[in-house]
Design a protein around this ligand. Sequence first.
Ligand code: KIV
Length: 282
Amino acid sequence: MTATKVTPPDIVRAKQEGRKLVEITAYDYPFGLMAQEAGVDIVLVGDSVGMAMLGMETTVPVTLDMMIHHTQAVVRGCKTPLVVTDMPYMTCNTGIRDAIMNCGRLMQEGGCDAVKIEGGEEFGPVVEAVVKAGIPVQGHIGLTPQTAGALGGFKTQGKDTAAACKIIKDAKAIEAAGAFSIVVEAVPAPLGQLIAESVSIPIVGIGAGVAVDGQVLVIHDILGLFDRFVPKFVKPYATLRPTIIDALKTYGQEVRTSVFPDPEHSFIMSEKVLQEVREKMR
Ligand code: KIV
């Protein structure tokens, strides 16, 4: 991608041109900046912020105000990637007017470029209305974490014929509603391929195999920042947690033994001034 701002039409074009899309989550300014420097196409301010940054058990307690707060920080660091923000739990479920108002708040107050809405064909009318209001939408189907309980937990979706056909129908409905891209989570790799072949907008997979149009992962997972369960579809590209803990331990040890701060990390004062101060204070 170029150094100019990535737009939803650029994302659609990537599929037509056979370019794979790189999407990663970020929740604050430094990680937004690093994602930009690494040249990712889409930065997702995911509602996974609840678990990754705020210590919540699920994404359900995440509010619109929290998403606005984190989006503002990420946007400050992301001049070129497309910034997409998750619509959190129940912000698009209580009617089309509420959905447009809530998505509008996120765009206006958060400053993101697009929103992501979880849900299949039953969310077609909502996605259509939001897109018609001028807000670009990325869909999210397959495993939808906000309703994981109703889907039987964090499990692979689309494993039998009916469930697989339903997810393909979901993708077609969300495309017809005007979404510029769809995240497909936790489906068997061959189904990921079938979904990608069924629509002309890019399918960005997370646990959907390699034959989709791009990949998205949670940044804490790929950097190895958690000691918790790592899902099968996550490949850690670094193991930063032990490195960070080691650094903190060394810092603690040096503070306790007066090794830090050493002269290199301390400010100096002229002997003359020091002497004068001593005399004045006697
Ligand atoms: O919230 C999030 O991080 C997401 C990704 C898992 C796609 O929705």
